[in-house]
Design a binder for this molecule. Structure first.
Ligand SMILES: Cc1cc2nc3c(=O)[nH]c(=O)nc-3n(C[C@H](O)[C@H](O)[C@H](O)COP(=O)(O)O)c2cc1C
Length: 211
């Protein structure tokens, strides 16, 4: 990202359900990011309709291509999963599995991207999904912001039409979106984190030294 330009933030998640509380939460956080000055894109897993990732068939379908290119081309992401059986949903994990194809890119995976984490749970154990997503953030070489939003008792926070009816949670989601933008901008301003350039400079120095 050029430090002068607006960061691009991609929201990824939601369930496959028509009304999805994790999608509503994600949308709000994406709006928070836009309000903080980002260009944003929503990758709604219901609309994306990804096939199951199969390592024997790594060719990108159109949907997988949108997912992979959007995730690789952005500065930061917001992830939002429902809590299913105490952890992330299968469809959310499948989306992350597709990102495996980014291992051969330069930079690989989600290198140096900033990620904000959200979950929506029927009960109070949503932090389990957040913690599980954090493992994946590390595996994909991203950076999770410490502030997270595990939406508990989601049916009391988001109504049957998908509208958020809890102003406190709405404010938390706005804050998370803004936080991802803030940290993405700091990464962009810190030239020491641009490892590609660092490596190229180092190679030049080695060549100039004649060793
Ligand atoms: C398959 C399935 C598993 C679920 N497992 C849990 C669970 O382990 N703990 C919990 O608190 N809620 C659980 N729930 C409730 C969901 O987390 C809750 O309804 C949430 O809002 C679903 O996300 P969505 O609204 O984005 O579809 C489960 C729901 C489904 C459909």
């Amino acid at each position: 990202m050029d430090p002068q330009s607006r960061p691009k933030i991609v929201g990824l998640g939601g369930s496959l359900a028509r009304i999805s509380r994790s999608r509503s939460a994600l949308l709000r956080a994406v709006e928070g990011a836009a309000g903080a000055g980002a260009d944003t894109q929503l990758l709604d897993l219901r609309r994306l309709d990804l096939p199951l990732y199969n390592p024997d068939e790594p060719d990108l379908t159109d949907a997988a291509s949108v997912l992979v290119e959007s995730c690789h081309g952005c500065d930061g992401l917001l992830w939002s999963t429902p809590l299913y059986q105490g952890t992330v949903s299968g469809s959310f994990k499948n989306a992350l599995d597709w990102l495996h194809v980014l291992g051969s890119r330069d930079p690989p995976y989600l290198n140096d991207k900033v990620i904000g984490l959200i979950s929506a749970a029927g009960g109070t154990q949503g932090l389990q999904a957040i913690n599980t997503m954090e493992f994946s953030v590390r595996a994909l070489r991203g950076w999770a912001v410490p502030y997270v939003v595990p939406v508990a008792s989601a049916a009391r926070v988001v109504d049957q039409e998908g509208r958020i009816i809890d102003a406190g949670v709405e404010a938390q989601l706005d804050r998370l979106g803004a936080e991802v933008v803030r940290v993405a901008e700091r990464f962009a301003a810190d030239l020491t984190l641009h490892r590609q350039q660092e490596c190229a400079d180092a190679a030049e120095r080695v060549a100039a030294a004649g060793v």
